[in-house]
Ligand binder design. Sequence first.
Ligand code: AMP
Ligand code: ZN
Ligand code: FE
Ligand code: FE
Length: 302
Amino acid sequence: ARNLHSAARRPKTVAIGPRDMSRIDLHLHTTHSDGSQTPAEVVTLAHEAGVSALAITDHDITTGLPEAMATGQTLGIEIIPGIEISSRHGESELHVLGYFLKWEDAQLNERLTALRESRHRRNPKIVALLQAAGIDITYDEVRAVAGSDSVGRPHIARVLMDKKVVTSAKEAFDRFLAEGKPAYVPRDLPSPADAIRWIREAGGLAVLAHPTWVKTVEGTLTDLARQLKEQGLDGVEVHYSTHTPRQTREYLSLAKQLGLLVTGGSDFHGLTKPDIEVGTGKGSLHVPDHLLPKLKDAVAAL
Ligand code: AMP
Ligand code: ZN
Ligand code: FE
Ligand code: FE
């Protein structure tokens, strides 16, 4: 899988090399949730992309952090402990990122374990719907592909790819797994307020992930962000792989208007999202490292 991210496939416009240390990436997934690269591989890719600090933000799990920290120490990259928690807002999902949390905190880990259990309740129902559609697939196969306790739809997608039912994760979502498709099953999700509170109670900063995905129920995104701020939200993921320049400006002004911190990251998943690279996203992502001291000041002031 490493050749996927080799220099040859890197867009030519990305001239920033390993010695340019102005870039950070605060949104990365590993094999400990639904990414395809190990924590050590992700940190190594970040090093090659000139990233000076990164956050591992696996879904509902923190077990990838020790390996990432060890590799970070070897390569001289700062590793920020992170998490990504999905919550429900109306009919759609709202993802909350957590940074600098006390990731070994017992209460946090009980809560994350419960979230992973809700995944184990949901996934077999998805598999049953796929079986009903005539596809030969079992949850044991999905768990084997996942290899960790945080099992998600991208793992089901990977089994469908391995079985040549689909040729890409995108096709698996478009045909079967996405909301509204034949094998979609909703998951019990916490409220945004709970996700924010759990991160805060673990000593972390809570950040609204990829606002481009958020579907507001009523009112504007600004109204929603203001409400989330009252519930403890600290920041907004302004810089993101799929944000257009116009969206980036819009979210930047939203953050300024509400006094929220600015963060950013690629949401790298490896083969699950093959067009997104560590540090550079789709080629034009650049999360400036001067954002990091502001986050650290905010954590220190909590
Ligand atoms: P789950 O956590 O099991 O609900 O799966 C959701 C995850 O699937 C998201 O965090 C994304 O990483 C990934 N995902 C969602 N939609 C797509 C898509 N169309 N193609 C590839 N991956 C997707
Ligand atoms: Zn994911
Ligand atoms: Fe997300
Ligand atoms: Fe993510």
